[in-house]
Design a protein around this ligand. Sequence first.
Ligand code: SF4
Length: 80
Amino acid sequence: MNHDYYAEERKNRKPIEAPLKAIRANCLECMGGSVDGVRECTAPTCWLYPYRMGTNPFRASKSERQMEAAHRLGRRPNFG
Ligand code: SF4
């Protein structure tokens, strides 16, 4: 594929506003659209590697945040 192919394809895309979705889309493009290829990426030194599955592994899970918020408010967490 040549450079013009990508230029044309990008022109027709909707902009991706969520950074993690943009990273995921970039990784899928990097691996030729292969979900398995992204999962099994062999480039851990790539800056996008930790985020390639569309999640931020450094962010506390929702339940951890709920526990902290409940602790701050002096309540038991409500997971319902
Ligand atoms: S982490 Fe880097 S090398 Fe791996 S798929 Fe994403 S962009 Fe490509």
